[in-house]
Design a protein around this ligand. Structure first.
Ligand code: 5GP
Ligand code: ZN
Length: 122
């Protein structure tokens, strides 16, 4: 897989930086976000380094997005949230801080669950 030196998520994928694994297969890796906006906040990344959605091939996007339902289902079973937001931030003004494409899965637990404080959306 093409990886990039100095990319935090590439280092997580190849085990150089420890992470709490949620799911893994040949194409994607999912792990708990180090800063849990809500309980069970998970990131899904393609194993192949790609900067953001604009620089991603349809093949990588298909692999990444096709895993979302089963990982969301697993999180729902584990954490029993009452809802879930799924987000992808591209470029700094939109909140991207790690430049390796990723999808946020954010279980929701109702008012005061931390989501609004971080993301400022309803
Ligand atoms: P972004 O702001 O780019 O959409 O999301 C990047 C996410 O990566 C942030 O929510 C941040 O907490 C998370 N993150 C940054 N560094 C690490 C790390 O070393 N380990 C884990 N598990 N998450 C990280
Ligand atoms: Zn990377």
């Amino acid at each position: 897989m093409a990886q990039e030196q100095d990319c935090i998520f590439c280092k997580i994928i190849n085990g150089e930086i420890p992470s709490s694994k949620v799911y893994e297969d040949e194409d994607v890796y999912a792990f708990l976000d180090i800063s849990q906006v809500t309980k069970g906040h998970t990131l899904i990344v393609p194993k192949e380094h790609t900067k953001d959605i604009y620089n991603t091939s349809p093949q990588i996007a298909e692999k990444l997005f096709s895993r979302v339902p089963r990982i969301a289902q697993a999180i729902k079973q584990t954490y029993q949230p009452i809802g879930m937001n799924i987000l992808n931030n591209n470029e700094e003004p939109a909140g991207q801080s790690v430049f390796h494409l990723h999808i946020h899965l954010l279980p929701r637990y109702g008012e005061g669950d931390g989501f609004k404080a971080k993301w400022n959306v309803n």
